[in-house]
Ligand binder design. Structure first.
Ligand code: ATP
Ligand code: MG
Length: 420
């Protein structure tokens, strides 16, 4: 087994993860830190989470740790809890090629079930990228590197283990993981690993919406969203996640709005400020929403009804690809609908809007729209001034109330909209 003595940044190693490894090895099992935590430690950065791989079976791990829980259906793993930290302990697994029986694979070659334990070497082989198949043994301070991950790490290369086509077919989400690591680490995707991406993006259609939503969060909400967006587009993968938005990226600075929203989220994460998927999804789906609303208005709907229905249509279509939990789609729709109320600069409306619980997000969104190129007659600046002005003097900023415009006659019923 190739072994290298190495100096990991020990100050970044989670002491609880070390405790887990020690208790397992004291009990006679093999146990290593593995995956992203080893990769990140070698790169001198702070790992997000710590994973342990062992030859102990889940029930055996569970017995050793009172503070542990067995989880998962497809493949059981054990969560060992220390306060708010959770160390994930997984039993060595065999690569998927070991069990290419029909019931384990869908027609397209996707893995349906892989609940089979394996040896240490098999576990290394079934991981996605070589840099993610490094095992750290804290007792001896050595790294086991069966897949030449250290070399690739040194060359800053993302390389799939095994045949790229097969590995993407087994699990198409690996394509998004390649993109994410390129965006996050600034590494290159090695040519054979990159080659199938444009060709096999279509396989993402088979991934359940809930899993794709999780991947979208990891791409866009972990500090490198702007870069993830660029790399997704580079490999023609963005459209498999946001088909409607992708078709309209060239219209009205839509791509620029998305880029700015992601860049702003990245800055907030770097500054430890709160962020929400609602804001990012509002930007991602803004252009489809605006164009659907315009279509409905052209058919004679009032702005109010058209806005409501357009939001329903756009969200409904996106839900077929990625889920968007209601706790995010609700606020996202608020951000959109407030965009229609922000332009009213007279009467009591502005004062009331300030109190809206989504005012701040809607105002930030308005500023981004203008920054992206929307011509809104200085609206963002007006709202900035309005907020900076003391309450008693705000009236001076208000436009004189105008006579209400005559209402357009409304058509009774809406024609069914052709899906475009
Ligand atoms: P992050 O910094 O985002 O946590 P990570 O590499 O740790 O990156 P995880 O999703 O935490 O990613 O997965 C932990 C490890 O499990 C990976 O490093 C890799 O070895 C393995 N792994 C995760 N997803 C897959 C996959 N789809 N196919 C094969 N191996 C995977
Ligand atoms: Mg991880």
């Amino acid at each position: 087994m190739p072994e290298v003595s190495i100096d990991l940044s020990p100050e970044h190693i989670n002491v609880d993860a070390l405790k887990v490894v020690k208790r397992l090895t004291d009990a006679g099992y093999q146990a290593y830190l593995v995956g992203g935590c080893v990769r990140d430690l070698l790169l001198g950065s702070h790992p997000k989470d710590f994973d342990v791989a062992t030859d102990a079976h889940p029930e055996e791990v569970h017995e050793l740790f009172r503070n542990s829980r067995l989880i998962g259906r497809r493949f059981k793993i054990v969560h060992v809890r220390f306060g708010r930290d959770i160390i994930e302990v997984a039993t060595f697994r065999a690569p998927h090629s070991e069990m290419q029986t029909e019931e384990n694979f869908s027609d397209g070659g996707m893995i349906l079930s892989d609940n089979i334990y394996g040896t240490f070497s098999e576990d290394a082989e079934r991981r996605d990228f070589t840099m993610n198949a490094l095992y750290y043994d804290p007792d001896h301070d050595t790294i086991h590197d069966e897949m030449s991950g250290l070399e690739d790490l040194g060359n800053r290369q993302i390389r799939l283990i095994g045949n790229p086509d097969n590995r993407y077919r087994e699990d198409p989400v690996r394509m998004l993981r390649a993109v994410r690591f390129k965006a996050k680490l600034g590494f290159a995707i090695e040519p054979a690993t990159a080659e199938p991406l444009k060709r096999l993006g279509v396989l993402l259609r088979d991934i359940p919406p809930a899993r794709l939503f999780e991947e979208v969060l990891k791409l866009f909400m972990t500090g490198h969203g702007e870069q993830s967006f660029a790399v997704l587009r580079e490999y023609d993968l963005f459209g498999w996640l946001f088909p409607d938005a992708n078709r309209l990226l060239d219209n009205d600075h839509a791509a620029e709005l998305i880029r700015l929203a992601l860049a702003s989220t990245d800055r907030r994460i770097a500054a430890d400020m709160p962020v929400t998927p609602a804001f990012i999804f509002a930007a991602l789906l803004w252009q489809p929403y605006v164009e659907q609303r315009a279509r409905l208005e052209a058919e004679g709907e009032s702005t109010y009804i058209a806005s409501f229905e357009a939001a329903n249509d756009v969200v409904g279509r996106q839900l077929q690809v990625t889920s968007i939990p209601k706790r995010f789609s609700g606020p996202m729709r608020d951000i959109w609908s407030l965009q229609h109320r922000l332009p009213i600069r007279s009467g009591k409306k502005p004062e009331a809007l300030l109190l809206h619980k989504r005012f701040r997000a809607a105002y930030d969104f308005l500023l981004l729209r203008e920054e992206a190129g929307a011509q809104l007659d200085g609206l963002g600046e007006w709202w900035t001034r309005y907020q900076e002005t003391s309450e008693g003097e705000r009236d001076e900023l208000l436009a004189p109330a105008t006579a209400a415009a005559p209402k357009r006659p409304r058509r009774r019923r809406r024609k069914p909209v052709q899906p475009s």
